[in-house]
Design a protein around this ligand. Sequence first.
Ligand code: AMP
Length: 217
Amino acid sequence: MSQQPLTIALSKGRILDDTLPLFEEAGIVPAEDIKKSRKLIFDTNHDHIKLVVIRATDVPTYVEYGAADMGVAGKDVLMEASASGQTNSLYEPLDLNIATCRLMTAALKGAKQPEGRIKVASKFVSLTKRYFAEQGRQADIIKLYGGMELAPIMGLADLIVDIVDTGNTLKANGLEERDLIAPISSRLVVGKAAMKMKHQQIQPIIEKLSAAVDRRR
Ligand code: AMP
């Protein structure tokens, strides 16, 4: 019996490096070397499964709109997509336990925080806004697209909200970790329509990936 086609959106970059070996352990292997190709869409060893490789921040959008049936994205990106209202119907059936890191606030080493309103720089504006609102702290959020560590040094912001892995980037720029907002790892996400219409194909993939994640523990 031929199976309905299924598209899985993968986040390129650091997450992809961890995703491909895990997918291989779950029996899903691209037909060619994704990292050596400039293509964005790839066949796999399963006739009905295709992989698309896109920017991490675009994965929730593709899955939300059903252009891709499933995806792999960092919890940071998923939190931001949800907080901004960009997504509201994604299922998150599995923590893949890859690309683990932490979403933190950070400030110049030893710097005292102002009493009243603070300025916070981040690329995650919506989740940052939500976090400070939950903390009951007045904050002006400043959107940056990269190099967040520079903002406190230049006096643009009192705090930053960013991803921290080893902490080396913060340290190299004279910053220190302050508060943990959330531990981060990459998650498998499934769109609402796909979960309903393609459940029979999606369920075995979730199970195989889940088993691969368990074997690594
Ligand atoms: P580190 O110096 O090891 O703390 O790494 C910090 C930088 O690497 C951050 O500015 C992040 O942009 C990036 N980074 C580290 N881990 C991840 C991850 N799992 N996902 C996305 N970006 C990451």
